[in-house]
Design a protein. Structure first.
Length: 553
């Protein structure tokens, strides 16, 4: 060991050297394998031959000291290394390799783990190894850190944790996990507003932040009234955010399976909520038909209602389950949960010649309602009348240009499906198709006209006498009117003949020039009085202009 000059003897041989001594400056250390054994005073122990005794297989940590040489057999396991400085919010997870007692008097058993928390300088020991370097997790506002216990331990709040247990730490600031704590994730809070709530479900029994005991599978809502920002617990599962339901002043809704005051769903029940309000649907609740408009009824409108169960209605009348009644306007109406709206009805305004068939559902009687404004009662319904196929075809024809019924199009009133046919027929009656005129040749080339409700009158078939005498011959040039005129005159003759007895007609001599058997009567044939009626000369008949000839069917 220098400084000196060494003269090798003849019996000596230089194996190694000269080598520099090991210098460990301040705040550094090194590891020496197979260190020499030292006595109580720190001197090196030697055997009988003067060789230093070695602790084979052992390690020695040597800190800053005077430069020292390595004795024969010693090895430098780790070169001179600076000591590890542990800053704040950082820790070293240490593990004991051997049983020992540290400087604080704590007894460590092989396998034990503990933390060396900064700030500080860690002095290594041969019995300890550094397993991991831990960094503190910064928890910001509206955040939490999720932890899990690697084995049974006591957390920093003094709570006993079992292996695999998870929990949240919501305290704002830097959090350094314990030696047996594992950081899983940083959880952000859900910001709650007046329009958003959280639907949560319990994954196992626990007590929530409000101290309420929750059982596995239980569901509930968290709103802004409870917290502005909410971090779901490890025992809580977020099902979905829930949007607010807003009702206007003329809106209402029906909630199915509402949650009662005890927090339990009332299965099979209904709850009516009227606007103006806002609310959240709680777990298990649903709307029957969404947001509905309030029924606003006019003077000619009504609602057919039916009681689903015994209920006292707004009119202070007790209704039995299944009972029907009609609520008439004008009013605004929101049906309670015990009342169902069957249909909305409107009064039917019927004009002259229009009507509807109404059937009483209790007695089955059908009656006709004509020429009035009528609303069906709670026990009445419209009755459809079946018509013959021919009448159906006639009713399908359009009106004539003057607006009169030619074949009677459908409208409100009597007929199939409550349609008007312009004929006042009872429920058991059917309007027969009527024909005017006849086939060509039978009435001087007249035209046959069929209809379900033909009309005759000034607006129909009549003669208009022209002012020019030369045009008078054209008056009878229309075949249809000639046939109508013959038919009308024959009808009048038959009426006159019907007033005379059979014997007088054939035995008494005629006394009037218009009598069919009068000798001066045109077309007279004594042997055929019936034939004389069909060959009257219409040119001798005096006609008044604009007077209709009424056809007789």
């Amino acid at each position: 060991r220098g400084p000196q000059c060494y003269v090798r003897q003849d019996h000596e041989r230089v194996v190694l050297g000269p080598v520099a001594m090991v210098t460990v400056p301040a705040r550094h250390y090194c590891l020496v394998r197979h260190p020499v054994a030292r006595g109580a005073d720190g001197s090196v122990e030697r055997d009988g031959s003067g060789q230093a005794r070695l602790r084979h297989g052992d390690l020695e940590v040597r800190l800053a000291q005077e430069p020292f040489p390595l004795h024969p057999g010693e090895l430098l396991e780790q070169d001179v290394t600076p000591l590890r400085v542990v800053p704040a919010d950082t820790a070293l997870r240490l593990r004991a390799l051997l049983d020992f007692e540290d400087e604080d008097g704590a007894r460590r058993v092989a396998g034990d783990e503990w933390l060396f928390e900064g700030p500080g300088t860690y002095i290594p020991r041969k019995e300890v190894e550094v397993a991991e370097t831990l960094q503190a997790t910064v928890i910001r506002p509206n955040q939490a850190v999720r932890l899990r216990a690697r084995k049974e331990c006591t957390d920093r709040d003094g709570t006993r944790r079992v292996t695999g247990e998870e929990w949240l730490v919501r305290r704002v600031g830097a959090y350094l996990p314990g030696v047996y704590e594992e950081v899983l994730d940083v959880v952000d809070a859900f910001v709650l507003t007046e329009k958003v709530a959280l639907h949560l479900r319990a994954t196992r029994p626990f007590r929530d932040a409000q101290g309420t005991l929750r059982r596995t599978g239980e569901e509930w809502l968290v709103t802004q009234a409870q917290s502005d920002a909410y971090v779901p617990d490890v025992c809580e599962e977020l099902v979905a955010p829930v949007a607010v339901t807003t009702l206007g002043p003329r809106h209402f809704c029906v909630v199915l399976d509402p949650v009662g005051d005890d927090g339990r769903p009332q299965l099979g029940c209904q709850k009516v909520i009227k606007g103006e309000c806002s609310f959240f649907l709680r777990p298990g609740e649903r709307l029957q038909a969404g947001i509905q408009d309030v029924f606003v009824l006019g003077e000619d409108e009504g609602l057919l209602l039916q009681a689903l169960q015994n209920v006292t209605h707004e009119d202070e009348v007790t209704r039995r389950a299944g009972e029907r009644w009609l609520l008439r306007g004008p009013l605004e109406y929101v049906p309670p949960a015990e009342v169902a709206v069957i249909e909305r009805r409107r009064a039917v305004a019927l004009g002259d010649g229009e009507g509807i068939y109404v059937r009483d559902m209790r007695t089955g009687k059908v009656r006709a309602v004509l020429a009035q404004t009528y609303m069906l009662t709670a026990t009445e319904e419209l009755w459809e009348k079946e018509l013959a196929p021919g009448v159906e075809a006639l009713l399908a024809r359009p009106r004539d240009p003057r607006g009169h019924w030619w074949a009677g199009p459908r409208g409100r009133g009597l007929g199939h499906g409550g349609g008007a046919i312009g004929v006042e027929a009872g429920p058991s009656q059917a309007p027969p198709p009527q024909a005017l005129g006849g086939p060509r040749g039978a009435r001087g080339g007249g035209v046959s006209i069929s209809g379900a409700c033909p009309e005759a009158g000034p607006a129909r078939r009549h003669f208009e006498v022209p002012e020019d005498p030369a045009e008078l011959g054209r008056l009878f040039s229309v075949p249809d009117f000639v046939g109508d005129a013959c038919k009308a005159l024959a009808s009048r003759v038959r009426g006159a003949v019907a007033a005379v007895s059979f014997d007088d007609f054939h035995k008494v001599p005629p006394r009037h020039p218009r009598h069919p058997r009068h000798p001066g009567s045109p077309g007279c044939h004594p042997a055929s009085p019936r034939h004389s009626l069909s060959v009257l000369n219409v040119s001798k008949v005096s006609l008044v202009p604009h007077v209709p000839i009424v056809p007789i069917v």
